[in-house]
Design a protein around this ligand. Structure first.
Ligand SMILES: [Cu+2]
Length: 173
């Protein structure tokens, strides 16, 4: 009897652990470290922190958008980007992909090829940093280092989204 109780409690404990791990990471912090994120996610603990908010909204291919069309930060600062997917429709998955200026068509056209297993983010030098793909009503705090001064862009690489979902990312001296 005692043995069954032990097995049963172990089973329960496993269930508890499993449910903790599968908790949706709403509001969680993300510092991915795949090839595309490697450099910009190396954070200098002494750098000033800049908090930015970016909302993805809309529920159709026609009205989907980044609400903020332009974001500005100082070079070298640590960006705390609160990225919110406000869309509710199941097909409205969005990510934030920081890319070289003028490369939206190039990066966007490789998104489908990158595939769902890479969350539709192509591995290419034009991609500087990116979040994971957010489900509807999901959000994430994405932390990265602002790159060298210049003009960059951000796009969503979910297939079919990049032509409408673009914004300018300005990095000042
Ligand atoms: Cu999108």
């Amino acid at each position: 009897m005692k043995r069954y109780f032990l097995i049963y409690s172990t089973f329960l404990l496993t269930l508890v652990i499993a449910s903790c791990q599968s908790t949706p990471d709403q509001g969680s912090t993300e510092t991915e470290n795949d090839a595309n994120n490697k450099i910009l996610t190396e954070i200098d603990a002494n750098a000033p922190v800049v908090k930015l908010q970016l909302d993805a909204a809309g529920n159709t291919m026609d009205d989907m958008e980044f609400v903020q069309k332009e974001l500005t930060v100082k070079t070298g600062s640590t960006v705390h980007l609160q990225f919110n997917n406000l869309s509710t429709d199941g097909a409205m998955q969005h990510n934030f992909v920081l890319i070289e200026n003028g490369e939206a068509d190039k990066v966007g056209s490789f998104a489908m090829q990158a595939g769902a297993e890479n969350e539709f983010v192509p591995r290419m030098p034009e991609v500087l940093a990116h979040t994971k793909m957010l489900l509807p009503e999901e959000n994430v705090l994405f932390i990265f280092r602002a790159p060298t001064p210049g003009t960059y862009m951000y796009i969503c690489t979910y297939p079919g989204h990049y032509s409408k979902m673009q914004g300018m990312f300005i990095v000042t001296e």
